[in-house]
Design a protein. Structure first.
Length: 332
């Protein structure tokens, strides 16, 4: 099958995106087409509904992220982001649908609407309250990324591992992981320190996520996934989302699609094609490959996968089928 047809027929899905950052904190209306960034410009949009349509995207996770603000409780800020999401869905029911399961996602795509999941990035968003796991699940969150840039009262982070001691999961963190399992919220181990990763794996059953990352073997930063971690995710039946942030692919910030494909192919060799997917981090104030500056250019990724020799079935899995498989195990 040619790349254009393959991309059109696949369920194209992004496991980790940040349109909510611009919507919540910059009050951008992403129902309208905005100017795309060049190299790096967080005041422009990589993601909006017209670009998603041009990129033939069927679904994505809208990630809730709460910046540090001592004046606003973090859980209240997270719930406000969810309110922004709900209001957007309500304003555009003919274009988008809030979905919580794999079957709902397929139904939304079949009706011509964008399948919109909620995810939460950073255990700090819980505000130190275990009960918020249940509340976030009630609001529709399909995963919780338990770590982020700094130690957060739940888990130690890989991002500044040489600055902060790796203490793994806190007592609250261990309860959070168990509570996620009880409420069918997938545990996302992106940003986790080595010890946090191991301890969370020991506490979970079934698939887990590593929602957005590059390959540490190619770009040796602690934030990237190691080969052994990738194999662990695969053994558990989970998926690894390949980030579009060029700094995670190679030394230097100005990368291209081929660098992204190098990282993706390495993770496929290590973990298997059925355990790799897209976790772009677009609009997470990243700089993307110069030749993939926004989501409208996503068919270029499919063209690259065809050039690299992947089978049609493998490409359909990477583009979205792999995540739907995992979600079906947790939320049929």
């Amino acid at each position: 099958m040619d790349a254009r047809t393959l991309h059109k027929e696949a369920f194209v899905f992004d496991l980790h995106s940040h349109a909510l950052l611009n919507m919540t904190y910059l009050r951008r209306d992403i129902s309208k087409r905005g100017k795309s960034p060049w190299v790096w410009n967080p005041l422009r949009n990589m993601i909006d509904l017209p670009k998603l349509a041009e990129g033939q995207v069927d679904g994505l996770v809208w990630t809730v992220y709460v910046p540090w603000n001592p004046l606003i409780p973090r859980d209240r800020a997270a719930l406000h982001c969810m309110d922004v999401f709900d209001a957007f869905i309500a304003r555009h029911p003919e274009r988008v649908a809030h979905v919580r399961t794999a079957s709902e996602a397929r139904q939304a795509a079949a009706s011509g609407r964008l399948a919109c999941f909620l995810g939460v990035e950073g255990g700090h968003s819980l505000g130190g309250k275990l009960a918020n796991v249940a509340e976030f699940a009630r609001r529709g969150a399909v995963y919780l990324t338990i770590a982020h840039f700094f130690p957060n009262g739940v888990a130690s982070s890989a991002d500044f591992g040489r600055v902060f001691q790796d203490q793994g999961l806190t007592p609250l963190g261990r309860e959070v992981v168990r509570e996620c399992q009880r409420h069918r919220v997938l545990v996302d181990l992106a940003h986790c320190s080595e010890r946090s990763f191991r301890e969370a794996m020991d506490l979970t059953e079934g698939p887990v996520l590593f929602s957005h990352t590059g390959a540490r073997a190619l770009q040796p930063i602690d934030r990237n996934i190691s080969d052994e971690q990738a194999r662990s995710i695969a053994r558990r039946g989970g998926v690894i989302g390949v980030i579009f942030f060029s700094a995670y692919h190679r030394r230097g910030i100005l990368g291209r699609l081929e660098d992204l494909l190098d990282n993706l192919c390495h993770l496929v060799r290590v973990a298997g094609a059925e355990h790799v997917c897209i976790g772009s981090d677009m609009d997470g104030w990243i700089w993307a490959p110069l030749d993939l500056p926004d989501v409208s250019h996503l068919p270029r990724l499919t063209e690259g996968l065809v050039r690299r020799g992947f089978s049609d079935a493998e490409i359909q899995g990477i583009l979205g089928g792999n995540f739907l498989r995992v979600l079906t195990l947790v939320r049929p």
